[in-house]
Design a protein around this ligand. Structure first.
Ligand SMILES: Cc1cc2nc3c(=O)[nH]c(=O)nc-3n(C[C@H](O)[C@H](O)[C@H](O)COP(=O)(O)OP(=O)(O)OC[C@H]3O[C@@H](n4cnc5c(N)ncnc54)[C@H](O)[C@@H]3O)c2cc1C
Length: 315
């Protein structure tokens, strides 16, 4: 383990795809986030593996960032290394409706170029979700119509113990959660198996895109901030607390959908965090329900569930 600052600095900076004091805001949909001490931005499989390897060799905390559509990052940045996956894009048709897709490919591209072109099922579940395949698998992204893991056959991971191939079974995932990748592991890619549909998926796509345009607030945000607690709708609980339209600095709880917090006017990390905490407090007071964040919050010294190596942590 390389612990001396000058040693890990020179090791990291020996890679052409490593940047120091790297501002994260442009990589997030909130447009919030200060500098990471280092950012690794690999563009191919070799660089991706080198990046992950070096993270195992140095004593700095690290965080894996996909499309940044579901993260809120401190204005102070992150005292560690951020591995940004979104520049590594690989896509291979394998025949028989199976595809290898690397973690950095955009989900939206897959919906348009693979599902729609082949009239595959899954369009109703995955339409309109921004971000990468890696982020979607980590979060088990989806909607009421299904989730990405349903079409996933195998996931390829890099872990501190080496390379792993996980066969995806239904017991490994649930609502916006999964048990095959922890916070210290990296999803390099996955094999998907899709199925032809007998419905016109282009119409399904247009239906759900229109619905999002009509019902979803526009602006810098992470989508739903909280998961729906079993049997409840988080947005409705927040709305019933009278919190729609509540502001803090440049952030606002959307008057259109109470589970969305929008960065309306140069909001800070603390503005958004204040509203997240306010919502949790008020919903607990009124309904005795503890809301759980869907958004991943990255503090200066680590994540909510810290990103430092700990094999006991679940992602
Ligand atoms: C307007 C809007 C609408 C949305 N609608 C939906 C929706 O309908 N359904 C839904 O499920 N989500 C929705 N989201 C949330 C978000 O788009 C998804 O969670 C998305 O799948 C996250 O992907 P990402 O690449 O942006 O991940 P990021 O936000 O970059 O990261 C999210 C988490 O995944 C981890 N991660 C990312 N890539 C990898 C990787 N390769 N290996 C290991 N870990 C990784 C990160 O460490 C982090 O913990 C919405 C967001 C927005 C902004």
């Amino acid at each position: 383990m390389i612990q001396k600052e000058s040693d890990y600095k020179s090791k990291l900076l020996s890679f052409s795809f490593c940047h120091s004091e790297y501002i994260l805001a442009p990589h997030t949909y909130y447009k919030i986030g200060g500098p990471a001490d280092f950012a690794l931005i690999p563009k191919n499989e070799v660089e991706l593996e080198q990046s992950y390897q070096v993270l195992q060799q140095i004593s700095l905390p690290y965080f894996i960032l996909g499309g940044g559509t579901n993260v809120l990052i401190s204005d102070k940045g992150f005292r560690g290394v951020v591995l940004i996956t979104s520049h590594h894009k690989e896509f291979k048709p394998l025949g028989n409706d199976r595809y290898f897709i690397s973690g950095g490919v955009e989900l939206d591209w897959i919906v348009r170029e693979v599902l729609l072109r082949n009239n595959y099922e899954g369009v109703g579940a995955l339409t309109g979700i921004p971000g990468t395949i890696g982020g979607a698998l980590f979060m088990n992204a989806g909607t009421i119509n299904g989730c990405i893991c349903e079409w996933t056959e195998k996931v390829f991971l890099l872990s501190p113990d080496g390379k792993k191939e996980i066969d995806i079974k239904s017991e490994l995932y649930g609502y916006r959660s999964q048990r095959f990748c922890s916070m210290y592991e990296l999803i390099c890619g996955a094999i998907f198996r899709f199925q032809k549909s007998d419905k016109n998926q282009q119409l399904v796509y247009e239906h759900y895109m229109n619905r999002r345009r009509e019902k979803q607030p526009q602006g810098y945000c992470c989508g739903s901030v909280f998961k729906n607690p079993a049997g409840y709708h988080a947005g409705k609980l927040i709305e019933e607390c009278g919190l729609k339209g509540t502001r803090k600095g440049g952030a606002v709880i959307s008057p259109i959908h109470a589970n969305f917090i929008i960065n309306e006017n140069n909001a800070t990390f603390d503005d958004v965090l204040f509203l997240i905490r306010l919502i949790r407090e008020k919903v607990y007071e009124k309904f005795n329900i503890k809301l759980e964040e869907e958004v991943r919050i990255l503090f200066e010294d680590g994540c909510l569930q810290t990103c430092k190596h700990s094999k006991n942590q679940e992602g």
